[in-house]
Design a protein around this ligand. Structure first.
Ligand code: NAP
Length: 310
């Protein structure tokens, strides 16, 4: 009997994922019927994007797991109809994309590239650029993405610190954890990179009080989630110069509403949630590996802790 694998995402994603998923299933020797429409009571696994129309899992009585295509799970983790295990996406392709995006924006701010590029008055004013070893970068969130970003920044020579919920030991990274560690970490954040999940405990991690505790003229780079930052507090800190610039990829409401002050603030860079996308070929292998693990009675990789919310 083939396994019934339901693909529950926006219909246009099917074109991207069908071939890689079939190839990954075949490569792993999994006999599966993969489709966008399968009788709910016969589905074994659900490959899922939280913006799918599937929001009620009650009829999926035989399903063994929901395998999320996204790293972020805030759109599904609180779904009370979901009673089966939920795995989030940790995809090597997505991780590489995030490392490249963050590294690019860290270097942009570290080197003051905007200053050099945007000058239009024909003044020739050479300056000595700082070296990475003179710059302290703090990464909030030391999970799959945060840890990879730390390693890349270390490789460039930055002084790297990080903050997480539980204690971490990452070679070369000064690690802080828990509520008490946040202020200590932020006090050294000349550049702060936010790679936390959106949970009740992480919302407004950057607020008036924590922003005030950062070095004056610090830079913020947020590819995590919009609710990690109190928007009004950030705008106030930008206006006083406490924060020199914020590069924001994610927002409380997406697309960012046309009248939001972030669009026009001279010290804000808005990018349209493009920092890192799940890559179909590598992600399909991760999905199929989890199906194989589940069928073999092994624990799922990247299992979400529903109580913690990530
Ligand atoms: P992850 O592996 O689950 O890592 C999350 C990290 O956040 C962990 O280090 C965790 O600490 C820490 N954390 C969670 N709650 C915390 C708290 N209350 N206090 C301090 N630290 C806390 O997640 P990931 O795969 O790295 O992804 C991180 C986030 O990036 C995703 O949730 C998503 O929102 C975002 N993302 C954005 C894009 C984009 O294109 N913009 C793409 C992909 C992902 P522990 O290690 O102690 O558990």
């Amino acid at each position: 009997m083939p396994l019934n694998v339901l693909f529950a995402a926006r219909p246009e994603r099917w074109e991207t994922y069908e071939t890689p998923l079939r190839a990954a299933l075949k490569a792993a020797g999994v006999d599966a019927h993969l489709a966008q429409d399968i009788a709910p009571e016969t589905v074994d696994y659900i490959v899922y994007a939280p913006n799918s129309t599937l929001q009620d899992f009650t009829p999926y009585t035989r399903a063994k797991a929901v395998l999320n295509l996204w790293a972020g799970v805030e759109g599904i983790v609180g779904n009370e109809t979901l009673k089966i295990p939920l795995a989030r996406m940790v995809d090597p392709g997505l991780t590489r994309g995030m490392v490249e995006w963050v590294t690019g924006h860290v270097l942009r701010h570290h080197l003051g590239m905007d200053t050099d590029i945007q000058r239009s008055d024909a003044k020739w004013e050479p300056r000595t650029l700082p070296l990475a070893e003179e710059r302290s970068v703090v990464v909030l969130g030391l999970g799959a993405l945060g840890a990879a970003v730390c390693t890349a920044l270390l490789g460039l020579g930055f002084r790297v610190s990080g903050w997480s919920r539980s204690p971490k030991d990452i070679a070369g990274v000064t690690c802080f954890h828990g509520p008490d560690g946040l202020n200590t970490a932020l006090a050294r954040a000349e550049i702060a990179v936010l790679l936390l999940p959106d949970t009740p405990a992480t919302q407004n991690t950057l607020n008036a009080q924590t922003l005030a505790g950062m070095p004056q003229g610090a830079f913020i780079i947020n590819p995590g989630r919009g609710p990690l930052i109190d928007d009004d507090a950030l705008l106030a800190a930008l206006d006083t110069g406490q924060i020199a610039h914020a590069t924001l990829d994610v927002f409380r409401v997406e697309p960012l509403p046309k009248d939001h002050p972030f669009w026009t603030h001279p010290q804000v860079t808005v990018t349209p949630h493009i920092a890192a996308e799940t890559r179909a070929i590598t992600a399909s292998r991760v999905i199929v590996e989890n199906i194989c693990r589940s069928e073999a009675g092994q624990p799922l990789l990247h299992l979400v802790d529903r109580a913690l919310g990530y």
